[in-house]
Write a protein that binds this ligand. Sequence first.
Ligand code: G6P
Length: 369
Amino acid sequence: EQIEKGGYDHFMLKEIYEQPDAIKDTFRGRMLVEQGIIRMAGVDDHFEKFLQAPRIIIVACGTSWHAGLVAEYIFEEFTRIPVEVEYASEFRYRNPIIHKGDVVIAISQSGETADTMAAIKLAKGQGAFVFGVCNVVGSSISRETHAGAYTHAGPEIGVASTKAFTTQITVLTLMALKISKAKGILSKTALHRYLQEMELIPAKVEEALKSNEHIKAVAEEYKNASNFLYLGRGYNFPVALEGALKLKEISYIHAEGYPAAEMKHGPIALIDEQMPVAVIATRKGHYEKVVSNIQEIKSRKGKIIGIVTQGDTEVRGLADYVIEVPETLEALTPLLTTIPLQLLSYHIAVMLGKNVDQPRNLAKSVTVE
Ligand code: G6P
């Protein structure tokens, strides 16, 4: 097992560090950057279905559901197709409305999650076209769907999902960009710009990973907190949810993720000097609004951990700690902002002596209801 961990203390840490390569493996062969072309066999073979879809329904569980939420923002912005993101366990039992032309995208790292599988069968039975985004090749979900795209993240052993999440977002982003271009929404130049930037993401993830030692210090400071709040807006709202989930899963500290502006409708009541609040405040997208959310936290004495764009000064002036990520196009920021939150939960869990790779009560893949 030590050999399999490749010198890392835990699979989770190894998998966090594998993300630059995993993302590269995900887009390799699919992007012809100079020509501005995205090739994905599973999408190409059924392209009309995507172009004509009146609606996309995404079904998933856990971290994969969070990737689905990021995809909702990306698909709606770039393809203008309405998207619904559903917990597979809810979808399957609520007699959902599915029309013939609807495209259902099932996201699953393992490809074995029972609820997601049941949601697929239901959607197929009602005439939807079902597309799978899976990591495990040949898995049940990849076989049950009409078509799909693999994430090519390589085996993920740690129960808390890391590289599966960022590679799922990569696949879904490529799909949205491809459809957008074909619909005439994204110009050739704009697509080219996105592809160029996507190609730089692995190096930028690498750069984000360099904050590891600093993140350890942040973890040391807040490891004894009994609650954490995670806030983000827009593309980074789902990242806040995912950050909170990661902490809960492996450190057993209660954490909630919230859209930053929604804080005033509840979680703000919890904020005092004991409460660390991780706020994703990258320079793109609602930056000034997030800064004002940070001011609200500060005036209630909450402890602020800002996830910011390199070179940021405004949040730095307000936060107790800032963790920088490189600048990128707004729609791609989740691929970077996720990284420090993974490391933060990892270090807190290690410091608390928890079983990081096999947290209590959790399973890597949930094949029963
Ligand atoms: C379990 C795992 C999570 C995962 C979820 C969905 O809860 O512990 O890490 O996100 O299942 O799994 P899937 O394989 O369908 O993505």
